[in-house]
Structures are given as C-alpha cells and as structure tokens.
Design a protein around this ligand. Structure first.
Ligand code: AMP
Ligand code: FE
Ligand code: FE
Ligand code: ZN
Length: 294
C-alpha cells in the first residue's frame, strides 16, 4: 500500500504558521480494530504532535472511545467519539465515518455486536480457504492475535506475514485476501444507507471516508443524496491534486470537510498519527452539525 506522507496541498501554508493554529487528526484507529496502538500510546503521540483534537474511528467498533476520552481529558486533548462503518454501495465497499456519535447508545451497541459476530464467521471462512494454499492457520489464533474489539483482514495479513507465509503484509493481500484475492470473503451486507441511518440514529454525523476509494465522483455524490453530510478531503492516500478536487466538490455541494491520517500504528506503513491534520475550525463545524458533541 502506498503511503504518501507529504502535507496535503492547501494545508502547507497553514502549517507553516506553526503554533498559531490548532489542529486535529480526524481518522485514528486503536487496538480495538486493527491498529497496534492502544489509547494511552495514541494520547502520548498526540501530545508529542501537539494535536488539539483527534477522532477515534475504529472499524465497526466504539470500544476504544471511552478510554481514549478519559486519557485525552487528562492530557488536554479533545477526543471526538467516532466510528468507521463498513458498508456496500453500488457494488463497492464504502467506509462511512460517523463523528460525534453517542458511543453509549444501546441500539448502536446491539448493531455492532451483530457485525462483530459476522466478522468472526468471515475470518473462519477465509482461514478455511487459505488451507487450499497449504496455509494451516487456526482461526482461534487469528482471533487471539486480534485482541479486543473487531477482527479484520489486517490481523490475518499480519499473522500470515509473522508466520512466514508471505514476505510482507502487503503480499498477504495481493496473493490471498485482497478484494480480488482467491481467499477473500466479503463482509456482512449493510448498505450505505443503513450505515448512514445507524450513525444518524446514534446522533453522529455521517461523512464518506477516503472517497477516492470509490473511484468515481458520481458514486460519491449519490452517497450524499443518501444522507452523508460530508467527505474526508485530506487522507494519507489522497495525493494533493485529489484533495484539491474533493475540496472543490465540498464547496460546490455545501458539504462538511474532514481529514486525517488513518493511523493504524505499525500495522500499515509506520505510525502516521498527526501527519494529516485539519484546522480545529473543522471540528467545530462537525460539532455544530451534530448538535450534541463537546
Ligand atoms: P476488513 O475490514 O477486515 O475487510 O479489513 C480492512 C483492512 O484491511 C483495512 O485496514 C484496509 O485498509 C486493509 N486492506 C484492505 N485491502 C488492503 C490491501 N490491498 N493492502 C493493504 N491493506 C489492505
Ligand atoms: Fe483498518
Ligand atoms: Fe477506511
Ligand atoms: Zn480507517
């Protein structure tokens, strides 16, 4: 996976006025999904990077929010409760961010418990398929390795690499479990509309994560028509020209804008926390849209 680390265009000028502004990284994973970092490590890093705020956006899971909130409070870093929900739209996988979500919502917890169950079943199926390639993993091992919260393909890829079945983590995706790989098994079938509704019901603001992954602007706009309120303009994998395009799109359609590093700790190309940031004013816009947060 390519990880472009340069500052996104448009923010470089803001960054050069160091110290004047406050910045937020609005896309951060924890060990509760597929990052190697726990909440304490995230807050320590956020302090080093001088972040004013960060959002915890685990895949289909909010278990890491409460602890990070507490630690953030003590360290003077604002933590935005959030999630990154996986859904399908127009035959494509979509990741829907939900900012300022009520992570204690009973209904949300019930929905996420269902998703977690189906993620486990799917890991078992992928492990079965890997047997055809003489890879003998025990599904329980993958579940143990994934630690708390949700289990995903990155855990499986890391284990394949650690056990010497592949030379890199990336190779596990290209040879076996990438979207087009022979051992890939799709996830549960939540639609984008269901994800948007689920986020909205829990008081969150739905925002399309890394829209570039959808390969098509019309598809992005159709998600806006479904109820998404914003797009992630800045992201580690958005080249500067792509971010500029999404900024233009957001302005033209009056959308909220967000951005973040999508830090997964050591799991994906090094610790990215704080390498993609947005002005704190964008956090305020999200909070206004949610009407509840902070
Ligand atoms: P899952 O939600 O279980 O499908 O796993 C998604 C995780 O796998 C996310 O962190 C993705 O970024 C990662 N992932 C998916 N495809 C690839 C790939 N080709 N290379 C590296 N990571 C990938
Ligand atoms: Fe991930
Ligand atoms: Fe994502
Ligand atoms: Zn993410």
């Amino acid at each position: 996976m390519s990880t472009k680390m340069e500052a996104p265009e448009g923010l470089a000028d803001i960054r050069s006025r160091k110290g004047e502004g406050r910045y937020a990284d609005l896309h951060v994973h924890t060990i509760h999904s597929d990052s190697s970092l726990n909440p304490a490590e995230i807050i320590t890093l956020a302090r080093k990077k001088n972040l004013a705020a960060l959002a915890i956006t685990d895949h289909d899971c909010v278990d890491g929010v409460e602890e990070t909130l507490d630690l953030g409070r003590k360290a003077g870093i604002e933590v935005i409760p959030a999630i990154e929900m996986t859904a399908m739209h127009d035959g494509h996988e979509v990741h829907m961010l939900g900012y300022c979500i009520d992570h204690g919502s009973r209904q949300l917890q019930r929905e996420l418990a269902e998703i977690a169950k189906s993620r486990v079943a799917r890991i078992r199926e992928m492990v079965d398929r890997l047997r055809r390639y003489r890879i003998t993993l025990d599904a329980e091992e993958v579940l143990d390795f994934s630690g708390p919260g949700t289990v995903g393909r990155l855990h499986l890829a890391m284990l394949l690499y650690r056990k010497g079945y592949t030379r890199t983590i990336q190779e596990a995706f290209t040879r076996y479990i990438g979207d087009k790989g022979p051992c890939y098994v799709g996830k549960f079938r939540m639609t984008a509309r269901q994800a948007i509704e689920s986020i909205s019901r829990a008081g969150g603001v739905p925002v399309i994560a890394h829209p570039h992954m959808l390969h098509n602007d019309e598809r992005v706009l159709s998600l806006i028509r479904e109820g998404a309120q914003g797009i992630e303009v800045y992201h580690t994998e958005h080249a500067p020209a792509i971010s500029s395009r999404y900024r233009t799109m957001a302005t033209a359609h009056n959308l909220l804008m967000t951005g973040g590093s999508d830090c997964h700790g050591l799991g994906k190309g090094g610790v990215l926390l704080g390498t993609v940031t947005v002005p704190y004013a964008w956090v305020e816009s999200l909070k206004r849209a949610a009407g509840t947060c902070g």
